[in-house]
Ligand binder design. Structure first.
Ligand SMILES: NC(=O)c1ccc[n+]([C@@H]2O[C@H](COP(=O)([O-])OP(=O)(O)OC[C@H]3O[C@@H](n4cnc5c(N)ncnc54)[C@H](O)[C@@H]3O)[C@@H](O)[C@H]2O)c1
Length: 330
């Protein structure tokens, strides 16, 4: 049983706290925000103690893990402090994406989790769906065969303008993680960005990538389109077959090469995912389940290392926009 504190109580941290509160295998033990009103308000609803700084939380509460849902510049600069403090105190940590908006702090977080032998996961929730798990099984069973190309796309509306690189750093941890989940490490990136009317950031971008396996990758993403219609599509093609996942959990279709019958998984009406929030339930639940089963740090799905590797791909994409060149992922 995990005793969890949620640190950072904006809309996303509040969601985390509510999910742990209802989760079997975990007990919400405390909430923490430097904004006292936010912390007190949620603590009152969920009937847990409120803390207003991480050191007091760690000194006082009896915890096994922390869920860090702070934000900051480019949605990621505030994750480093609480994550390092929680790891130093011996807690397992699940951190929101992006792991950090900069590479160096992300490397420190991953290094400290390794040094301490603690489990460190990132909330790369878009791959935590039954449809994505099934598609992963298709890959592992050889139904796709030798991989040829992967096309990934995601578009939502986010009017914030944290920095010129906000969309690339904050939206695409999700898409790049899905790409790496199915096709492995990415070694080279070329990227074009555009600033939509009225925006000062590269709010839409298109990336070409090469995977270590030789497979070719393409990614399109945008912060410029209102939500409502489908918002995410993933296609992986190999010599033996091709699959498409629509909207993370709605539908996964396998098209076996040379056969005229396709295989379709549809999100079931009974017991299926109800909405996007269920991807958080699945991801947070899986982290807790892995901890309760005694998983080793290197077995954690969507780990800190995965979060770091995604940001390295995105750093290469940004360098590509700046230089107009193809950039190796370092
Ligand atoms: N996984 C997803 O699908 C998804 C979706 C949206 C946002 N996010 C991520 O969730 C995170 C939070 O987003 P949000 O919109 O809730 O942000 P927010 O800015 O509204 O809330 C962050 C909260 O963290 C608090 N905070 C900052 N530093 C702190 C510290 N050291 N100790 C305690 N509290 C601290 C702030 O006071 C604030 O209340 C971001 O990193 C964002 O990228 C993830």
């Amino acid at each position: 049983m995990q005793r969890v504190a949620v640190i950072g109580l904006g809309p996303i941290g509040t969601r985390h706290a509510n999910i742990y509160d209802e989760m079997e295998g975990a007990q919400l033990a405390a909430v923490c925000d430097i904004d006292k009103e936010r912390a007190d308000a949620l603590a009152k609803v969920l009937k847990v103690p409120a803390f207003y700084d991480v050191p007091s939380l760690l000194e006082t509460a009896d915890l096994t893990m922390a869920s860090v849902a702070t934000g900051g510049k480019e949605y990621g600069s505030d994750h480093h402090g609480p994550t390092m403090q929680a790891l130093a105190a011996g807690l397992h940590v699940l951190c929101e994406k992006p792991i950090s908006n900069e590479i160096a702090p992300a490397e420190e977080m991953v290094a400290l989790s390794r040094e301490k032998g603690l489990c460190f996961g990132v909330d790369l929730n878009h791959r935590f769906t039954p449809a994505a798990r099934l598609a992963k099984r298709w890959v592992d069973e050889g139904r796709v065969g030798h991989q040829l190309f992967m096309n990934m796309a995601m578009w939502i509306h986010n009017p914030r303008e944290s920095s010129e690189w906000f969309q690339i750093k904050a939206l695409h941890p999700h898409t790049v993680d899905i790409m790496r989940y199915f096709c492995g490490d990415i070694v080279e990136v070329q990227c074009f960005g555009l600033k939509a009317p009225g925006r000062s950031i590269y709010s839409t971008a298109q990336f070409n990538m090469r995977f270590a396996s030789g497979c070719l990758g393409h990614l399109t993403g945008s912060y410029d389109i209102e939500r409502g219609h489908p918002m995410e599509r993933c296609e992986v093609a190999g010599i033996k077959g091709r699959f498409v996942i629509d909207d993370m959990y709605r539908e996964a279709t396998l098209y076996p090469a040379g056969e005229m019958e396709k295989r379709v998984y549809s999100n079931p009406v009974f017991g299926g995912m109800r909405d996007f929030e269920d991807t958080f339930r699945d991801r947070l639940g899986r982290f807790v389940q892995q901890l309760n089963e005694g998983a080793r740090p290197e077995q954690i799905e969507a780990s800190g290392e995965d979060g770091l590797q995604a940001q390295k791909v995105l750093a290469a994409a940004i360098e590509s926009i700046q230089t107009g060149k193809i950039v190796a992922v370092r």
